[in-house]
Design a protein around this ligand. Structure first.
Ligand SMILES: Cc1cc2nc3c(=O)[nH]c(=O)nc-3n(C[C@H](O)[C@H](O)[C@H](O)COP(=O)(O)OP(=O)(O)OC[C@H]3O[C@@H](n4cnc5c(N)ncnc54)[C@H](O)[C@@H]3O)c2cc1C
Length: 440
């Protein structure tokens, strides 16, 4: 497994709040020689959703996870089950993929949230859900003007009733802060990602899939019309293989993947529970999941137990020095936006890898010239809903079935390569600097 970050980015996580909220799942380690119809590499939301759909259709399916259950981004995200998954602006999407593409993509985003909501309800997964959709806060006057136009667009183009809150009404809605106004879209909800992951794993195992932890695939090769996967404990042959490794992908599994994805670090802090009187002092009493309108955005939500979660981009490197610097920055940004909580203890702090793609849209489809190999990846930091849905879609490809929901053809276009090969994350420093300037 050749990866582009320092080893600590791939080490077991510490400091993650979610780990304390759910007993750690244990799956067996893979050993011996085994045949399966489908082998899925990666046991996050994407891999488990693919496995669940396949197992429910009666396919012999197994999931190979390198770490413990929930090791990757699925076990350590902000829990925003929200719109998103691509970073390509609508106008460019229309130019590249046709005039209807942005509309079809918007339907896909909605379908992804619906998909997760239905799973949670069907499998009775208790996820501490809250928030009526998502609220975007304008960090400057220009963005507030744009938001008012966007609100009209959401109503006319997507039939999504958007709610605008002008600056003077923010405090009444418990959203006080240095914002110029807010736009709320009534779709999406906050969840505890570990609880969702654990419930999903239970449902997947019950449907008949085999789940293995501590079983990294260290090599893969084609053997006739089957794939041969090597793990430390043995070997698997499978007709179909799904890459569901997202930000934790390797350059050489398979070689085709080299430089076609860019892992990017994201950081989160969580405070101790903040009682109602302290919430009043800051003027933030809303349980809406919220984010500001910066390109390098801050995302935050007051959870049902009163703890406050606050996230933003992570460090450029995973060295201890870079992590210390990003730790100072996330705390400074949190205190800058929520000054009355300056003395509120931050009890948890962690980071993880999200995945960008060169074309700024996810890739969900067959890997070219690799018969039987499929991938679902590249959710640009919004994969709670979209990763789940992408796993479900890729399972339909394998089943040769048409999914009930939308599956835009452009998701199946294989990604190109980032410039600079294994040095490509150095593209992030100038990109962050440019974004910071534009965010002023
Ligand atoms: C800090 C943070 C905050 C985030 N917040 C949000 C949010 O609020 N809302 C949102 O929508 N999205 C958020 N995201 C993104 C979201 O978590 C991801 O898009 C989503 O979890 C991706 O799921 P996945 O299953 O594709 O990948 P992952 O959950 O990353 O799983 C990939 C798995 O593949 C495994 N793997 C890799 N290589 C191998 C191998 N060779 N063999 C076996 N296994 C392997 C890894 O161990 C890993 O567990 C956040 C991400 C981070 C890091």
């Amino acid at each position: 497994m050749r990866r582009i970050y320092e080893p600590s980015a791939y080490a077991p996580q510490t400091g993650c709040y979610w780990a304390e909220t759910v007993p750690q799942d244990h799956w067996p380690e893979h050993s011996g020689v085994q045949n399966a119809e489908v082998a899925i590499i990666g046991g996050g939301f994407t891999g488990l959703n693919a496995a669940l759909t396949l197992a429910q259709a009666g396919r012999e399916t197994l999931v190979l996870e390198a770490g413990t259950p929930g090791f990757g981004a699925s076990g350590r995200n902000g829990g925003f089950c929200c719109l998103g998954g691509a970073k390509l602006p609508a106008r460019q999407m229309a130019r590249r993929f046709g005039a209807e593409a942005p509309h079809y993509w918007a339907q896909t985003e909605k379908a992804a949230i619906d998909h997760v909501a239905k799973l949670i309800s069907k499998h009775e997964i208790e996820v501490d859900a809250h928030s009526r959709g998502e609220t975007q806060l304008a960090h400057n006057a220009r963005r507030w003007l744009e938001m008012q136009l966007e609100a009209k667009h959401f109503e006319t183009a997507h039939a999504l009733g958007a709610h605008l809150t002008p600056k003077k009404a923010l405090a009444d809605e418990g959203l006080a802060g240095p914002w110029h106004g807010a736009l709320t879209l009534p779709i999406g909800f906050g969840l505890n990602p570990r609880k969702y992951h654990a419930g999903l794993a239970r449902a997947t195992a019950t449907a008949g899939a085999e789940l293995f932890q501590s079983s990294p695939v260290t090599a893969m090769s084609r053997d006739g019309n089957r794939w041969r996967l090597t793990t430390p404990g043995g070997e698997i042959t499978a007709r179909h293989v799904v890459l569901a490794t997202n930000g934790y992908s390797s350059e050489d599994l398979p070689d085709w993947l080299r430089a076609r994805y860019l892992p990017v670090q994201s950081s989160v802090i969580v405070t101790r529970p903040i009682p109602p009187e302290e919430q009043q002092r800051q003027g933030w009493t809303s349980d809406q999941m919220a984010y500001d309108s910066r390109r390098l955005l801050h995302y935050f939500r007051l959870m049902p137990n009163g703890r406050f979660l606050f996230g933003m981009r992570g460090g450029l490197k995973a060295t201890s020095g870079a992590q210390a610097a990003i730790s100072r920055k996330i705390k400074a940004d949190f205190h800058g936006l929520f000054p009355a909580w300056r003395d509120v203890e931050i009890t948890h702090e962690w980071s993880g890898l999200v995945c960008m793609m060169p074309g700024l849209v996810p890739f969900v489809g067959p890997v070219p010239e690799h018969g039987g190999l499929h991938a679902a990846m590249g959710f640009h930091g919004n994969g709670v809903a979209m990763g789940s849905y992408a796993g479900h879609l890729i399972a339909h490809d394998i089943l040769g079935a048409t999914p009930k929901g939308p599956y835009p053809a452009f998701l199946r276009q294989p990604p190109g390569r980032f410039p600079l090969g294994s040095w490509r994350r150095s593209l992030l420093a100038p990109a962050y600097m440019a974004a910071e300037t534009l965010d002023l």
